[in-house]
Design a binder for this molecule. Structure first.
Ligand code: GSH
Length: 248
């Protein structure tokens, strides 16, 4: 093993930005390789065989060890680089709570990304079409998730306790994309003042700003109706599609 991790990612991706920020916050040495998701570089048989059978990023390569899934990557980096315990938990219970969040995240908040993807990106792949069912599903997952986050943030300053953890980064970058795409209207935000205050606090962190620039720019382009050139043909947001023929 060398001391440098290879980091395969794309800056428009929420879980990639969470891992990226974790590495920057903790001075983890890494070399980045941006994977061209827009043209489906990640969908080739070679990529899937070498790195990740799902074709998704983020991925890290540490010598001859390859790992995907953002939460597994977070826990690995925590041990590998002995980063401060607030990020992935100091005690058995703190680690368990962060794991609890990551499972909740995958099945709930993360699936809200469909609201962003189908509102702002889908037509760049499949052309104009009625995406209202997919958008409604994404909004439903957001509506199910946000009250739970609001409750947690009533107990502590951050999602798993008073200190910032990787759970916050995972959740925060979902909301960064929703902000980039203007997905959550002010009337909805008004119902979640604690999430809003937490989001605004996290957004001030220099490394949060550093990794969010590209998605904010792309979101502004889409809001202005500018096309993002893409030659891929399948969903960028697997797990959020509701038509079976879109997934592959
Ligand atoms: N559960 C995975 C989700 C990763 C994911 O959704 N990656 C998306 C980008 S946001 C991706 O690589 N999409 C490309 C594709 O599916 O072809 C994680 O947390 O790492």
């Amino acid at each position: 093993m060398t001391d440098t991790i290879e980091f395969l990612h794309h800056p428009t991706s929420q879980p990639c930005r969470a891992v990226h920020q974790l590495m920057l916050e903790n001075d983890i040495p890494f070399e980045e390789r941006i994977i061209n998701l827009m043209d489906g570089e990640n969908e080739t048989a070679e990529f899937k065989a070498r790195y990740n059978p799902t074709g998704q990023v983020p991925i890290i390569v540490d010598g001859d060890f390859t790992l995907w899934e953002s939460s597994a990557i977070g826990f690995y980096l925590s041990e590998r680089f002995a980063i401060p315990g607030n990020w992935l938990g100091r005690t058995m219970q703190e680690r368990a709570l962060i794991q609890q969040y990551t499972h909740f995240h995958s099945t709930m908040l993360r699936r809200g990304a469909g609201a962003f993807f189908y509102t702002r990106f889908a037509e760049c792949i499949w052309g104009p079409r009625d995406y209202s069912a997919e958008i409604a599903m994404g909004r439903y997952m957001l509506a199910q998730s946000m009250p739970i986050l609001e409750t947690w943030l009533g107990r502590h300053d951050h999602l798993c306790g008073d200190a910032i953890s990787f759970a916050d980064l995972l959740a925060f970058h979902e909301f960064v994309s929703h902000e980039a795409g203007a997905i959550i209207p002010a009337s909805e935000w008004a119902k979640f003042p604690r999430i809003r205050a937490w989001f605004d606090r996290l957004a001030e962190r220099p490394h949060a700003k550093a990794v969010s620039g590209m998605i904010m720019m792309v979101g502004a382009m889409r809001q202005a109706g500018e096309a993002i050139p893409m030659t891929r043909k399948s969903s960028l947001a697997k797990g959020t599609q509701i038509r079976p023929d879109e997934g592959h």
